[in-house]
Design a protein around this ligand. Structure first.
Ligand code: ZN
Ligand code: ZN
Length: 380
């Protein structure tokens, strides 16, 4: 069967003929892949800057954002049946007996760092016609989310940060009075790519007033910010959600704060650009800065850390790093996709800018990002 694979040694990316998956353990499930989304990490793997094939393979099959349909289940699988739609999680446990996190089925908190990530590090991804996996790494998706379920993984990235935000905000004295949600609070989302827009939706349904603050006009950004016309489209999309959209070229963040008031939460969804990190200076007292990107992956940059950390301590702020989503967060994200579909009919489909066949995929990885989320429709 067909798969899209990267060969790091020979610096090649192409379709390969991969062996069919099989049920090897009673807990295994075989999944027919329907949709695979791709993002900045895939582009970095496709340009050989990151990504690691499994130990026994010269190539790595790409794809970590997937939706599929179950075709076969092992004898011990109860929760999932053939015909069900599922989204696979990405991270798998390390082998260390001493890693409590992985031994508890929580590789999102792996202690050894030797976890694998499907489609990224040491394990094949989902850009293939069929794959097998243990049922516990597959989350069921209702049939009505067939067309947008592929957005679960990027939404789960934003929701992991938001779930941690909710934990941290329990420290506030008024949390004991039941004031824990986003009601009356202001969030600024930095970036305007799929994670930013999905994160905006997640914050709005939790009661936050959201402003999307985007540095536009530069291509090749992690958020796929596109050009000026792309910005206009994103601005219109943001407003249809009930969020404000501000281009960094048109208003400085300090003037935005003067105009709209204290920022309680910043959600960084730019791939951690220097501008997005420097924006921390405008975060309000007791504020929380949520990161979904990994700083420095595109090269070193300089920030005045002393100044930023001084402000952080003075203003009692917290930075939360890019934790990996747990299975529980995936389940919450699937529920939220259903909620978003009811609240904003058609909006999620608009986040998917194009669908291509698996044969077209190797070419597409080499081109700059086009629009928001590009999806490979592996099967109907
Ligand atoms: Zn991704
Ligand atoms: Zn581990």
């Amino acid at each position: 069967m067909k798969a899209v694979a990267v060969f790091p040694e020979e610096h090649a990316l192409r379709l390969v003929e991969h062996r069919e998956p099989a049920i090897l353990a009673p807990g295994d499930v075989v999944v027919r892949v329907l949709d695979v989304g791709f993002c900045g990490i895939d582009r970095e793997i496709a340009s050989f800057r990151t990504g690691m094939p499994p130990a026994d393979s010269p190539y790595l099959i790409l794809g970590h954002e997937a939706l599929g349909e179950v075709v076969e289940v092992g004898s011990a699988v109860r929760r999932i049946r053939p015909g069900d739609l599922v989204v696979p999680t990405v991270r798998r446990p390390c082998r260390h007996e001493t890693c409590r996190a992985c031994r508890m089925g929580r590789p999102d908190f792996c202690l050894s760092g030797e976890y694998t990530q499907r489609g990224i590090k040491g394990a094949h991804g989902f850009l293939v016609e069929r794959f097998s996996d243990d049922a516990r790494w597959l989350q069921p998706v209702p049939r009505e989310l067939r067309d947008v379920g592929v957005l679960t993984q990027p939404l789960a990235l934003a929701e992991t940060a938001i779930a941690e935000l909710e934990q941290v905000q329990k420290r506030l004295p008024w949390a004991a009075l039941g004031e824990t949600g986003g009601s009356g609070k202001r969030a600024v989302v930095l970036g305007a790519g799929p994670v930013a827009l999905l994160g905006t939706m997640a914050l709005i349904v939790r009661g936050y007033k959201v402003t999307i603050y985007s540095h536009g006009g530069r291509s090749g950004q992690g958020g796929g910010d596109g050009g000026r016309s792309g910005q206009a489209e994103k601005g219109e999309f943001a407003e249809s959600l009930g969020a404000q959209f501000v281009r960094a070229e048109e208003e400085k963040l300090d003037s935005l704060v003067d105009r709209t008031g204290r920022i309680d939460v910043m959600l960084e969804a730019t791939g951690a650009t220097p501008e997005a990190l420097a924006a921390m200076e405008q975060l309000g007292r007791n504020g929380v800065y949520l990161m979904t990107g990994i700083p420095g992956r595109r090269g070193a940059f300089t920030l005045d850390a002393g100044h930023l950390l001084h402000g952080m301590v003075q203003r009692n702020q917290v930075i939360i790093g890019p934790a990996h989503p747990s299975a529980e967060v995936y389940r919450a994200a699937i529920q939220d996709l259903a909620l978003f579909s009811r609240r904003w009919p058609g909006a999620l489909s608009r986040l998917i800018s194009s669908r291509m066949t698996i044969d077209e995929a190797p070419q597409a990885f080499r081109k700059p990002a086009a629009g928001l989320k590009q999806v490979v429709a592996v099967a109907d």
